[in-house]
Design a protein around this ligand. Structure first.
Ligand SMILES: [Zn+2]
Length: 959
């Protein structure tokens, strides 16, 4: 893959009139033959070791030895994506991704790989993008070698089993159907119609039964095999392996298992025509959306920015254009009541980057689009004259370098996947730190990108529900239109006036300078260190992550909200308003690595502040004091209320399976209300009522807080002081209310039928334990572990009922259970229900006769999930918080569960399965929707089911 920056710039310059100055010739390709000598840039506190090697077959390999990792992982990235699809075979690359993992010569059994991974505490996945297909898995360290062996064979001798050709076509088709109403998909597919059809990015990426059918002279099986042979070449692959083994061992495995991957000399060819023709720039494109929402997108094509990873011209521009602090474009447009949010993104294929400004509009903004665009150009002019400064670049560099140095860990599978992707574009040396490399401030280069932002080059895309057009994108059924911008618009935007309210960002006050670690870490388990009536704080400062950060959660409990619809709607709206009021302040904090969240829920307010300890009190004080309802103006109230109502209305465009789960939660939790209830309450709510509700709720609260990280006990005192001085309330005990969940009865199954406007049918089938003992929790977790993959293999892979098929633990607050979920384009939910029950019955044999060895493997797999080390302070806070909320002040629920899982026997599980799952006496409930495709199902007799349609059909069961 030799993509030369200069060649690209020249190509784009000649083909679409773009010109770049300050052209650097940084190589896009990893250096050839540098072998083991490459030193990988890593954070100075990073304890991992890295080694890079280019194998003889041209495969780029990075191994990562992490002595602290309790999981291992691998990822393989192939530098081909849907842009490589043949014109008459759209979706082929994606289909190939699906077909690849269905057995190899050495491991021919379909599903064996997935089961092996799952059994050993892992997961696996893959994704197809514009230019890449990325495969990855994670697994217990002990099983890395055999997992790698299985994984490697898919790139050496996959079987492409003919039996599954048809089945996986169905899976791809279901995936296409699932997202047919997705606003993002609809937007993208319509935009593609307004671009140069000779450019492959305009092709349909997912594929369906139509594009993947057998054709005369080319069966799909032959076609997919050829596609594989042609593109899956070691020379365009990168591999990352992570584990707690020495680098030498990891490299030896990588080399021995992946050296046989063939290299056929395939070269990436990014020599493509211009993405947009002349008459596709300087245009207004309108796209009809199904949802009640309006967006404005401004798009400007530019040469790929990947060669300029050391100069970061687009990160620089994105920072300024998307800035949300005082004086920003965002604040100006919010104050006018025009927008909900605005941001800039720049993600594109290898040959160009669409610099894209996304604006989420309010209805008022939709009426004033021309003014918004004019304000945008006023701001762009301000940047052009005064905004390209070394000081801003240096500030960004400092923030990113600090972030890289003190970055949190996350799942090693995602680490492997992202590093493998980076290795395709950047020198191996920068595979980790590419995001924080800010080497040369290059004013000319930044300016050259900024110069692409002109009305003449703009593609102004308006998405709204009332767009009318006779032209349609066919696959997603999206009406759209395109016409040139008027001369009047072009002239006025070229001379956008100076606006006094607009200014460039000042120095960021949230950048932490004290990044030293507290030395006397002593409290290694949460300890109550502060207590007075109505205010309790648990604290811990064991510095297991070695970062100068802290995490704070504070819950302000109130007993006044509960299931009261008016109060629920009011506090939910209030938290959105607080977010809005804080945005100018919180944005620079976020940029500097300090985050907060506020949510109003049935039991009060839940507030988190996380990030560099030094400045967290400053942000906390701001957040708490903003809860004061007297700060809310009529304008803010009206705007945010409208946004929230829209959000609830638009939930009906969510995937059916998600809507089904929402309905399920409404049944399960007494305090979960339906979207319709929220909408009705919000419509009734005025500002005065909101203020009085919030004042009532906050007049007395019970505060419970958890504060952990790089802090000491004095920090706890000052946190308490901050909270108390920022809010006017009475702290009082006894305001933490109970959570009420449904208690299902034995042998009495109701089916709630929900209306979802979609072709597919969905079902959620849950089974509840009869008590909340730790033994029951262990059993339900174990049964989901034993049967999860089998359910997927049976209902999805073999019987092909749908793309989304799952069996997982399902908790009714503290009472355990399991839940089966399916979304199906193929069958009526009554059939899905019967199939789930058939599966349950069939598995009796399996559970009864499981070998001791297999049982132990499942146990080990489950334990490895439960015993998984915490990787960062976010995970730690979440885990401790769930114990605190449940009033487990020993903070040991996980340890207890582990003990209970270790004590389980196969006989107990068999008995449990027969009496509580595959049993007439099970406590179960079903929520389903009948898809449009199955409305006329003749075998379905509604009277055979205990159907109820309104929410809370089993409300009497709440205790
Ligand atoms: Zn897929």
């Amino acid at each position: 893959m030799k993509l030369k920056a200069t060649a690209l710039a020249v190509m784009l310059a000649t083909s679409s009139g773009l010109m770049l100055s300050g052209c650097k010739t940084s190589s896009l390709a990893p250096e050839a033959n540098t072998a083991e000598s490459v030193v990988i840039n890593k954070s100075e506190i990073d304890k991992r070791s890295y080694q890079y090697k280019l194998l003889d077959n041209g495969l780029k390999v990075m191994v990562i030895s992490d002595p602290d990792a309790d999981k291992a992982a691998a990822a393989l990235d192939v530098h081909i994506g849907h842009l490589a699809d043949p014109k008459d075979r759209e979706g082929l690359t994606h289909y190939l991704e699906h077909m690849l993992f269905l057995g190899s010569k050495k491991y021919p059994t379909v599903g064996e790989y997935g089961e092996f991974i799952k059994k050993h505490g892992g997961f696996n996945n893959a994704g197809t993008g514009q230019e890449h297909t990325n495969y990855f898995f994670q697994i217990d360290n002990d099983y890395l070698e055999p997992a790698l062996d299985r994984f490697s064979r898919f790139f050496i001798d996959p079987l492409f089993d003919p039996e599954f050709v048809q089945k996986e076509r169905n899976a791809v088709h279901s995936e296409y159907k699932l997202k047919v109403k997705d606003s993002w998909r609809r937007f993208n597919e319509a935009v593609k119609q307004t671009a140069n059809q000779e450019h492959p990015f305009t092709q349909f990426s997912v594929g369906n039964l139509d594009t993947l059918s057998d054709k005369e002279g080319s069966t799909i099986l032959e076609t997919v095999k050829e596609h594989y042979k042609k593109h899956y070449s070691a020379g365009i692959m990168s591999l990352v392996v992570v584990g707690n083994y020495p680098t030498e061992q990891l490299m030896q495995w990588a080399e021995s298992k992946f050296s046989p991957v063939p290299n056929n000399g395939y070269q990436i060819d990014s020599n493509r025509p211009a993405p947009f023709l002349d008459n596709q720039q300087g245009v207004k494109i309108e796209i009809k959306t199904l949802e009640d929402s309006r967006q404005l997108t401004l798009q400007f094509a530019a040469p790929s920015n990947k060669p300029y990873f050391e100069q970061k011209p687009l990160a620089y521009l994105g920072h300024l254009i998307g800035y949300e602090g005082e004086g920003s474009l965002v604040q100006l447009l919010k104050q006018k009541g025009y927008i909900k949010s605005l941001g800039m993104g720049s993600y594109g294929p290898d040959d160009f980057v669409p610099m894209t400004v996304y604006v989420d509009l309010t209805p008022k903004g939709y009426q004033n689009i021309d003014e918004i665009v004019s304000n945008f150009y006023s701001y762009v002019d301000l940047i052009k004259t005064d905004g390209i400064k070394k000081s801003t670049f240096d500030e960004l560099a400092k923030i990113r370098k600090t972030a890289f140095k003190f970055q949190e860990k996350f799942d090693v599978a995602y680490l492997a996947s992202s590093v493998a992707g980076n290795m395709q574009y950047y020198p191996a040396q920068h595979a980790l730190d590419v995001g924080s490399v800010y080497k040369d401030f290059d004013k000319k280069l930044i300016k050259s990108y900024l110069d692409q932002i002109t009305p003449e080059k703009m593609r102004m895309i308006v998405v709204a529900p009332d767009v009318k057009s006779d032209i349609k994108e066919e696959r997603y059924d999206v009406p759209y239109s395109m016409k040139p911008l008027s001369e009047a618009n072009l002239t006025s935007w070229n001379k956008a006036p100076k606006i006094a309210e607009l200014s460039l960002p000042n120095a960021n006050p949230y950048i932490a300078s004290n990044l030293t670690l507290e030395s006397n870490k002593s409290v290694t388990e949460p300890e109550k260190v502060y207590s007075e009536p109505g205010f309790n704080v648990w604290f811990e400062n064991e510095n297991e992550f070695g970062l100068p950060k802290s995490s704070l959660n504070i819950r302000l409990y109130s007993d006044k909200i509960g299931a009261n619809p008016q109060y629920r709607a009011a506090v939910t709206l209030h938290d959105k308003i607080v977010d809005d009021l804080l945005s100018a302040e919180s944005y620079p904090a976020q940029v500097a690595g300090l985050y907060y969240s506020v949510s109003g829920f049935s039991r009060g307010y839940d507030i988190n502040v996380q990030g560099y300890s030094e400045k967290s009190n400053k942000l906390l004080s701001k957040v708490i004091s903003t809860l004061n309802p007297d700060l809310i103006t009529q304008e803010t109230f009206d705007r945010i209320k409208l946004n929230l109502i829209q959000e609830y209305k638009n939930n009906k465009f969510e995937w059916p399976i998600r809507q089904m789960y929402s309905a399920l939660y409404e049944e399960v939790y007494e305090t979960t209300l339906s979207d319709d209830v929220y909408i009705a309450e919000l419509n009734k709510l005025n500002l005065a009522t909101l203020k009085s509700v919030v004042k009532d709720v906050l007049s007395e609260v019970e505060a419970e807080s958890l504060y952990i990280g790089n802090i000491d006990k004095d920090d706890v005192k000052s946190m308490v002081k901050t909270v108390k001085s920022s809010i006017d309330t009475q702290f009082k005990d006894g305001l933490k209310t109970d959570v009420k969940t449904i208690q299902l009865a034995e042998n009495k199954q109701k089916v709630r039928d929900v209306a979802i406007d979609h072709n597919d049918s969905t079902i959620g089938y849950v089974i509840q334990a009869d008590d909340d003992s730790i033994e029951q929790k262990a059993k339900y977790q174990m049964i989901a572990q034993m049967l999860g993959q089998r359910f997927y293999d049976s209902l999805r892979t073999k019987q092909q009922f749908g793309y989304i098929v799952s069996l997982r633990p399902f908790n009714f607050d503290n009472t355990p259970g399991i839940g089966f979920g399916i979304q199906s384009p193929k069958a009526h939910p009554s059939i899905l229900k019967a199939k789930i029950e058939e599966f349950m019955a069939q598995q009796k044999d399996y559970v009864n006769n499981i070998s001791a060895e297999e049982f132990e493997e499942h146990r080990k797999g489950l334990l490895s999930d439960l015993e998984k080390k915490l990787q960062n302070s976010y995970e730690k806070l979440a885990r401790l918080k769930s114990d605190l909320v449940e009033e487990n002040y020993q903070f040991n629920s996980r340890e207890e569960l582990i003990k209970a899982v270790k004590a389980l026997t196969a006989e107990q599980m068999a008995e449990f399965y027969a009496s509580e799952i595959a049993s007439e006496n099970k406590r179960s409930m079903v929520v389903w929707n009948i898809g449009k495709a199955h409305e006329k199902e003749s075998s379905y007799k509604a009277s055979a089911y205990d159907l109820c349609q309104a929410s809370k059909c089993v409300i009497e069961a709440f205790n």
